[in-house]
Ligand binder design. Structure first.
Ligand code: ZN
Ligand code: ZN
Length: 378
């Protein structure tokens, strides 16, 4: 198969002014996509979600090599297989994981593929897992891959190790969410916090990941679920999804409100905002003996002030959660089964679908906090 002409949303310079509807940080460009090499797959993208991690690349909070074709939460259909790919077939529906798993490094071999070391190198360098780049612009210059996926385009070449085959019957706009929001949010509850039946949970930061964590806590049998954010409409959304209480973190006594609702603090606090103040609030609202989990990604220059004596004298823990501590090949089918049987209604996170040409409108809406999950459909 020869090189394919595609169009995709490319970021060339970051930290552009808002509103993005005017500064247009992403431009839809014609691109050349090389055929899949060994261990790679050509995927026709059917749906791709807009995530805060894309926004963090746009605004420079997560520096990445540019130019880059963004989009890392996606689903599509297999179109062509590179040499040596024998366990997928043309026509399969596949979800992309934004951390491929090499299967060989120490984290992969010990059941923690979210920490795959070659994947971290590839994702940082803007390559596929094998080290290559398959994207070029109209001048023939290299365009980097975003987290091994680059899904804001009609087609993508990705490593076989970024893909999880799923049931064909799941609608694409819903299936896309399993690649990031659902894996990260539900995984933070199930894999990182190891939630036990009846425990109290606080989720701070109610974007796609935070609201997925709320749904995950409910599905996993939490006793009381408290949702916290600074936006009243996000709190209302959490209530509609089944959160038992909401707390506006703009209130000076927000942590005291949580402690009063839970007789001294929650068993499990999960921070999904990527803001240090939100993590400090979540920490203060977690009880003695409780677990505080952080799944947000603040800028690497940010610091957290913490009294270590609390860790000891109160047997507290603070645990990071990347990709929900997931094993995607195990967890995506498991969470899909919960969705298909009505116990994890993640389709309710989907607030907008849009065409690729409106992508800057979508990112402005996300930056303004006016959307939960928006999905580009092709
Ligand atoms: Zn994401
Ligand atoms: Zn690995």
């Amino acid at each position: 198969m020869s090189c394919l002409s595609i169009s995709g949303a490319v970021l060339r310079t970051n930290a552009r002014q808002r509103p993005y509807t005017e500064s247009q940080p992403l431009r839809i460009e014609p691109l050349h996509l090389d055929p899949p090499q060994a261990h790679e797959v050509l995927v026709r993208i059917t749906a791709a979600g807009l995530c805060h991690s894309d926004l963090s690349v746009i605004d420079g909070n997560r520096p990445r090599p540019l130019p880059m074709l963004l989009g890392h939460e996606a689903v599509g259909d297999v179109v062509d297989l590179g040499a040596d790919v024998r366990d997928l077939a043309v026509g399969d529906q596949v979800v992309c994981s934004f951390v491929p798993s090499c299967g060989q490094c120490v984290p992969c071999a010990t059941g923690r593929p979210a920490l795959c070391e070659p994947a971290a190198v590839a994702n940082g360098a803007g390559t596929l897992l094998g080290g290559g780049r398959r994207l070029r612009d109209a001048h023939g210059d290299v365009v980097h891959h975003h987290l091994g996926v680059s899904a804001f385009a009609d087609h993508a070449v990705v490593s076989r190790r970024s893909l999880i085959r799923i049931d064909r019957s799941v609608p694409a706009p819903v299936a896309a969410l399993f690649g990031c929001a659902v894996l990260t949010g539900v995984g933070a509850i199930a894999n990182t916090a190891h939630l036990r039946l009846g425990e109290t949970v606080l989720v701070t930061g109610l974007g796609g990941i935070g609201l997925a964590a709320v749904l995950g806590a409910l599905a996993a049998g939490a006793g009381t679920v408290i949702a916290a954010d600074v936006h009243e409409d996000k709190l209302a959304q959490a209530t509609r999804l089944g959160a038992h209480h909401v707390v506006n973190t703009a209130a000076p006594d927000a942590a005291e409100q949580v402690r009063a609702l839970t007789n001294g603090g929650v068993d499990v606090g999960v921070e999904c905002a990527g803001v240090v103040a939100a993590l400090e609030f979540t920490w203060r609202a977690t009880r003695r003996g409780g677990r505080t989990v952080t799944a947000g990604l603040p800028h690497s220059s940010q610091q957290l002030a913490l009294a270590p004596v609390q860790l000891v004298a109160e047997e507290r823990s603070l645990q990071g959660s990347y990709l929900g501590g997931s094993v995607p090949v195990r967890d995506i089918p498991a969470y899909l089964a919960l969705y298909q049987t009505g116990r994890l209604p993640v389709d309710r996170l989907l607030t907008h679908t849009l065409p690729l040409r409106d992508i800057n409108v979508g990112f402005e809406r996300l930056a303004a906090g006016a959307a939960v999950r928006q999905v580009v459909t092709f």
